[in-house]
Design a protein around this ligand. Structure first.
Ligand SMILES: NC(=O)c1ccc[n+]([C@@H]2O[C@H](COP(=O)([O-])OP(=O)(O)OC[C@H]3O[C@@H](n4cnc5c(N)ncnc54)[C@H](OP(=O)(O)O)[C@@H]3O)[C@@H](O)[C@H]2O)c1
Length: 266
């Protein structure tokens, strides 16, 4: 009898980092559950990965922000254990808070916080029962300090980081781990703008914009090593370490100053 491959569930697998996570996990011998709203993109990726690696891809389109949809999604999962849950789906709304549409701001909390929390809870119990599993949550370097113009987004990522760290302590000794992945700027449609995916990413000094394939490869290693926090890339590792050293008020003042400067320049 052929041994079944382990199974990884990836949310936000229709674009950016999620696509690259799917490629890495397929290459490493996983079958996949691919989740996002756009079925055509998921189908194309599923075809690519089954041709390249004989990966079995279960395509489950789902809007994770619609009440009741996550429960339905879990009910549609294949009748085999989920070995790795990757909560990658996320949205970022860059605008001054008071000037933006409140529904768009709330959508970030709905997806980045509520959906991630609910899916984790629903997948965790079977993992604990089996005494084996891995959970990875996409946070961001924005989790480490407040970020003007991204006030709600950065706050959702601070939640993801704090939640993941606390959960990883609760899970100690259970065979289940939780890893927070904290990328810096990464060249995906989120950074380029979804309406202009062909547009070049913002001009930043060399090394500050990561390739999503690099982020996914680093994430895979950290998840397998059951690391608690992983920041891809040396520059961002240094920046996130340094940002925790000075008093909080100083860091807040500095990022606030940069935000006000950017606003004046616009
Ligand atoms: N790019 C960066 O610079 C960067 C930096 C740090 C952290 N991150 C984090 O990394 C993760 C992936 O970001 P990315 O850059 O790869 O972004 P992306 O290319 O915009 O991809 C976002 C993914 O989330 C899915 N998604 C959005 N709304 C959804 C919903 N309501 N229900 C289900 N799926 C939904 C999208 O699929 P559909 O549209 O098909 O639903 C898409 O697959 C996010 O959590 C992001 O916050 C990104």
């Amino acid at each position: 009898m052929t041994q079944k491959k382990p199974l990884a569930l990836i949310t936000g697998a229709s674009s950016g980092i999620g696509v690259e996570l799917a490629r890495v996990f397929a290459r490493e011998g996983y079958d996949l559950v691919l989740v996002a709203r756009r079925q055509a993109e998921l189908d194309t990726l599923g075809d690519e990965l089954s041709a390249a690696y004989h990966t079995h891809c279960y395509v489950l389109p789902c809007d994770l922000t619609v009440p009741g949809e996550i429960e339905k999604l879990v009910g549609r999962l294949p009748k085999r254990p989920v070995d790795v849950l990757l909560n990658n789906a996320g949205v970022m709304q860059m605008k001054e808070f008071a000037q933006d549409d409140i529904q768009r701001q709330l959508q970030q909390i709905q997806l980045n916080v509520l959906a991630l929390t609910e899916l984790t809870h629903r997948c965790l119990k079977p993992m604990l029962k089996r005494g084996e599993g891995r959970i990875a949550n996409l946070a961001s370097v924005a989790a480490f300090q407040p970020v003007p113009m991204l006030a709600v987004y950065a706050a959702t990522k601070a939640y993801v980081l704090s939640f993941s760290e606390a959960l990883s302590e609760e899970l100690h000794g259970t065979g289940v781990s939780c890893t927070a992945i904290c990328p810096g700027f990464t060249d995906t449609p989120m950074l380029r703008g979804h309406k202009h995916p062909q547009r070049k990413p913002p001009a930043l000094p060399l090394g500050l914009i990561a390739d999503p394939a690099f982020v996914a490869a680093q994430a895979y290693e950290a998840i397998m090593e059951r690391e608690v926090i992983m920041v891809p890339g040396l520059v961002y590792k240094a920046l996130t370490t340094l940002s925790r050293l000075p008093p909080k008020g100083l860091v807040r003042g500095l990022v606030g100053g940069v935000g006000r400067y950017m606003k004046k320049k616009k």
